[in-house]
Every structure is written in C-alpha cells, then in structure tokens.
Design a binder for this molecule. Sequence first.
Ligand code: CAA
Length: 395
Amino acid sequence: MIFELSEEHLAVKEAAREFAQKILKPGVIERDSKMLYPTDEVRQMGELGFLGMMVSPEYGGGGMDSVSYVLAMEEISKVDNSCSVIMSVNNSLVCWGLETFGTEEQKQKYLPKLASGEWIGSFCLSEPEAGSDATSQRTTAVDMGDHYLLSGTKNWITSGGTSSLHLVIAQTDPEKGHHGINAFIVESSWDGVEVGAKEDKLGIRSSDTHTIMYTDVKVPKENRIGEDGFGFKFAMKTLSGGRIGIAAQALGIAGGAYELALAYSKEREAFGKPISKHQAIAFKLADMATDIEAAKMLVYRAAWLKDQHLDYNQASAMAKLFASEVAMKHTVEAVQIHGGYGFVKEYHVERLMRDAKITQIYEGTSEVQRIVISRGVLQGQLYVPVAGSAAVEGG
Ligand code: CAA
C-alpha cells in the first residue's frame, strides 16, 4: 500500500490553499453575515479551473483525478464552505453526471460552459416531501412525443438562484415506481422555471439555496439523460461520487477548525503558560488530530477507489458519515478551545461549527449513509480491494 500524494496532487492542494487563504478568507465573514453570494470568488474559481476539475480537457475541463478534486475541496472548505458547496455540486454532481451518462451532443453543448464557470449547475432531486425517501418523486414529466412537459417543485437547491442549468429528476411513469423516473437537463432561462426566495440558513449562508418551481416546462427529448427509466439510478450513482466531495468538505471544515485551534492554543496563555501546554487542551488537540487523520484516510481512499474504477458506493458513504461527524464534533471543540473568542465571528471557528452541521444532512443524511453502509455490510462486501477487483461503470 502506498500512502503518498504525487507532486501534481501537492501542487493542486497548494494552489487551492493559497486561493482560499488569500482570496476567500478576507471577505468570508461579511459574505456569511450578510448572505452575500460570492459572485467574484466563484468567477475566479472558474478561471482557476476549480469548477470543472475532473472534466476531460476535450470539454474544457482540467482532466484531473478525484484525489486532486478532494484535496482542493479540503483546502477551500477550511475557509469558505459556501464556495466549496457550489464547487462540489458543479464538479461531482453536475459535470460528472453529465460527462459519465450524457450523450456526445449534451456533453459538447453544456460541459465547456459548466467547466469554465460561465454557467453554474444545480442538482434537483429533493422535494418538499421527498428528501431521504428519494424514490417518492412528485415532480412529473409527461411524454408529449418530441418533448416532455415538466411540472413540480424542488427544494433545497444549491445555486438555485444563480445556476443556468438544472439536472432535474422527475417521475415519467408512476406505475413503474423508481423504474419510471428520468433525469433531464433543464436550462433555467426556459419558460415555466421560477425560483423561490433565498433560504436564510444556519451555515453556508452566502451560497444561494432556493426552492424551484417548474410549471409545464417544455423539455426536448434530447435533454433526457440515459435510457428511459434511468433517472433514479442516475441520481444514486451521481450522489455516490458527490458524497466524496461533501466528505472532503467536512474534512476541510474539521481541518480548518483544528488549524485555528492549534494556533490559538499556542498563543493564548493561562495560569502562566500557553493553554496548549495544559493537558486539558493538549488532549483535545490530540483527539482532533487523530480523528482528522482517520477521516482523511477514508476520504482519500474513496476518491482513490473512484479513480481506479472500483466500487466506491460503500466507501463514499463511510467517508461522508465519518468525516461529517468528525467535523461537527471537533468544530465544537475548536470553539471551546477559543473560549469566549470562539463565540464571536472574528475568530472564524463559530462559522465552521455552523457550516459543519449541513455536512451531516445534505447529499444524504448520516442516517441515509448508515442505510447504504449497513446494506453493504449485510451483503458481506469487502473494503480492501484486491488485485483484479472488477471495475464498475459510474460507481
Ligand atoms: N448505484 C446504482 N444503483 C443504485 C444505487 C447506487 N448507488 N443505490 C440504489 N440503486 C438502485 C437499486 O439497485 C434499486 O434498483 P433495482 O430496483 O433495479 O434493483 C433502486 O436504485 C432503488 O434502490 P433502493 O431499493 O435501495 O431504494 P430505497 O428507496 O431503499 O432508497 C436510499 C435508498 C439510499 C435511502 C436513497 O433513496 C437515498 O440515497 N436517499 C437520499 C437522497 C439524497 O442523498 N438526497 C440528497 C439530495 S441532493 C443534494 O443534497 C444536493 C445539493 O444541492 C447539496
């Protein structure tokens, strides 16, 4: 086994760190407080190639592997999780889903715009009454011959107010249950697409999360993704990779809080010495470091499995479950180490603590990850790939 990052990986990690610390950090508190969408920062992420990292160069992307993507997500998430969720949805749900399962025409038409950040993408699965129970889709798409008529409401849509392209999951044949679900590429400028108010959230406050209403939206047949009835599998396979991105976000949140707590504990003195020299604080730092290293192994391994075209469904669920629990637990500890200063915005850790919560909820709650993991456990799945393991198509 080789636990080593390549020179290229380290260069990506360093570039993302520099961008996060120099460009994102100065305005992040104000953007969070005032719920200001990071327009300029997202534009720069596009210019630097962070929005289409894994997209093939022939479609305008960076052609990088998932490990590179995870490293960039981790560094950006140490600072600004509104930017990193926009990045994650665009990369691993929208671009990856389109490139893996789209037609050549769909890829040529949409990927260059998405990979450059000229367009931002949204992934529209959740509904007011279909969150974890994702097969209960009420949004319908009626087959009208050369097009579908799409109607329904989607909830909690990241980049809902700013995205130009929506991947929308809808029921086309209720009698077939989840085999009668399809995924569609919908442009937000089309007639019948209406965006609701921006949600006022606990964390990731400057990303724009909206409800989107579709009323008799005419979707051309060529904008369906995959064979008729492929939509639910498309959503599950795509989310399986998306969860690696959110796991990396959680890892970054935990790592960012740890870095801040470590630095503060070396500066702040109490009872005649830096608080890091008190066992009460030193042991907290030890626990944080250990859990973060463990999360890192799960997250990097899930990305590596994906890069090797090996089954990563279980691994991504484990990575997201564990990393998000570590993020929540240790951002609370980082605030505690900062004492009263941790409770005010200026020291950044309270924001990371608020941001951590959503990583246990979106792209499948911790409970959903446990469903995925336990099903694999009961089927006796192995977690250490052995030479000659079968490759999988799209997870
Ligand atoms: N890959 C391929 N196929 C899969 C799959 C996967 N990873 N997971 C399930 N499937 C297939 C199953 O094989 C089954 O197909 P067949 O009947 O042909 O065998 C079909 O999908 C239905 O699967 P289940 O019977 O397992 O379905 P279920 O109703 O028990 O649900 C679930 C399983 C794991 C709970 C699923 O519903 C789920 O993941 N729910 C959470 C949804 C979610 O993550 N939502 C997040 C919204 S997106 C978001 O947050 C974006 C954002 O903006 C940040």
